[in-house]
Design a protein around this ligand. Structure first.
Ligand code: DGL
Length: 264
């Protein structure tokens, strides 16, 4: 494996940029090739077969471009087909799933009240059902699909405060938030809303996402394969980040660049 090769990252759209930002922060010397499938977003409302087809094409493209590993920066695509991807490609495939374990472990044995926010597909697939089953006996778990949050990012409306707050009211007003311990952001698009969630939720509610844990896992996997880039003891120049999209709309590319640079 070529350790100087880029790390491939993809998502249904721009949510994966939150993961690219985390990789670039935590593994700054690595080159990254990101592909956002904005022409086909949202995945969360599609079928498993459709998503699998898109993911195969994207991963073929990343592999053709010589990536050394692929991060599926999409909980939905991971739920739909991560095992199929692992069968099809011989390089490491790092998937993502809602950070429910992190949320439950925070209680140190005390039962936790957790709301898992994700796409409809993630919440109804077997992968999440298995994860849910591991924790549901000891904790109070709720599932909240939030598909409109994906559309808000993809349509360039992340800065539209009224739209975002109205959407959070729509999804979360029905919960007893005063007795909620945490909300898990189980979709990479939702990580862009972290500050909005913080403002919306009372202080007792922790906002949890899986991005840091995913990047830690990526680091461990590459290290174990001797595939980390040589960073010259930390003095190497910052890695190059290439952003691509399936959308040919110049505004989409501009939005990708701005989300990478500013996170909003
Ligand atoms: N960003 C994606 C995730 O983490 C999916 C969003 C979508 O396309 O529905 O699940």
């Amino acid at each position: 494996m070529e350790s100087n090769a880029p790390i491939g990252v993809f998502d249904s759209g721009m949510g994966g940029i939150t993961v690219v930002r985390q990789i670039h922060r935590d593994m700054p010397s690595e080159d990254i090739l990101f592909y956002g499938d904005s022409a086909h977003a949202p995945y969360g409302l599609k079928t498993v077969d459709e998503i699998r087809g898109y993911c195969f094409s994207i991963c073929d493209h990343l592999v053709d471009n010589g990536v050394k590993a692929i991060v599926v920066a999409c909980n939905t695509a991971t739920s739909a087909c991560v095992n199929d991807l692992r069968k099809r490609y011989s390089l490491p495939i790092i998937g993502m799933e809602p950070a429910l374990k992190v949320a439950c472990d925070r209680g140190n044995g005390v039962p936790q009240h957790v709301i898992v926010a994700a796409t409809p597909l993630t919440l109804r697939e077997k992968k999440f059902a298995n994860l849910f089953a591991r924790f549901q006996d000891k904790h109070y778990l709720k599932r909240q699909p939030c598909p409109d949050l994906v559309t808000i990012v993809e349509s360039g409306n992340l800065g539209n405060r009224d739209m975002v707050m109205n959407t959070l009211h729509k999804y979360f007003d029905g919960y007893d938030l005063a007795s909620t311990d945490s909300v898990v952001l189980g979709c990479t698009h939702f990580v862009f809303f972290r500050d909005y969630f913080r403002e919306f939720m009372p202080d007792n509610v922790a906002i949890i996402d899986g991005n840091e844990g995913t990047v830690r896992h990526l680091h461990v996997v590459l290290e174990s394969l001797g595939a980390l880039v040589d960073d010259d003891g930390g003095s190497a120049k910052p890695g190059h980040v290439t952003l691509e999209s399936s959308s040919t709309d110049p505004d989409v590319m501009q939005l990708e660049r701005s989300l990478f640079a500013n996170g909003c």
